[in-house]
Design a protein around this ligand. Sequence first.
Ligand code: HMG
Ligand code: MG
Length: 307
Amino acid sequence: MIPAKVKIVEVGPRDGLQNEKDFVATATKIELVNRLSRAGLQNVESASFVSPKWVPQMADGGAVLAGIERRPGTIYSVLTPNMRGFEGALEAKADEIVIFGAASEAFSQKNINCSIAESIARFEPVAKATKDAGLRLRASISCALGCPYQGEVPVAAVVDVVERMKALGCDEIDIADTIGVGTPARTREVLAAASRVFPRERLSGHFHDTYGQAIGNIYAALEEGIEIFHASVAGLGGCPYAKGATGNVATEDVVYLMNGLGIETGVNLDQLVEIGDFISRAIGKPSASRAGKALLAKKLAGAAPCV
Ligand code: HMG
Ligand code: MG
């Protein structure tokens, strides 16, 4: 049955901005996170504590976390690949630690420079330290619907990593379509298999929209009973280690879909459209959100009478 309510995890400040070539000012990142939480997003992935040599855009994670206003009840998540990242995240008072692995060996090597098994070994102390600190632990599994290097990824490979992440004590696990190749039937198949080994209400869909399939995949995931979706305002982003991959599905498009289905998100769509416009202008790129662009055009048309 389709859920009555979903949680949207906003990943724009992290997944969205990490791929920007020109450094986005820390103040802009802070303003983006603040505006998103004010618009009702209860979980904002705000930064990464990764090697600045690998992802220079995320080098200011500590300053971003230090500068944001903390809205009570909002979860501010950060990516941490190892203990060094965890220590930075702890000092920055992140609420949720995100470890990130892959269902594809090739992508694991390209993204975090180690095999899947080595990555799990690195995540073990991070998971333990996260639990000891009383923080939430989430895991992201890249290439769950296909890999830019190896192509097809077997469902069994995804399930295997879900089981390993579960053993680490993860509160939530993200099934990520890094390069947006998945289609609805495959999405359902993978989510159904994952939910046989991990509670479905704690699985999330993280869909990049490269092939325009993300909204279809989200609908398929809803039919599979999934209640958590990741999205990026203005459809910002891509992955530095997945060439050609575009951003996540736009948050405006997801909220528009949910509103139409009568599914509660707690997110104010009008505010979100303005945030999409704000960040698109700040980085000098047009928004990739179809709903965002349409709603903004409608608003502007309403404000300025035709002559
Ligand atoms: P490495 O080179 O194998 O590791 O990188 P290392 O331990 O040899 O460290 C290399 C250098 O980085 C050293 O500095 C370390 O001190 C430093 P040097 O001695 O050369 O001056 N270092 C760090 N600095 C700051 N924070 C840290 C840290 N760790 C080491 N935490 C490593 C291994 C994992 C560190 C590297 O590969 C890395 O940082 N990768 C990050 C990749 C990344 O962020 N990718 C994008 C996010 S994942 C994603 O977008 C997918 C997702 O959205 C889901 C989906 O869509 O698929 C989540
Ligand atoms: Mg991603």
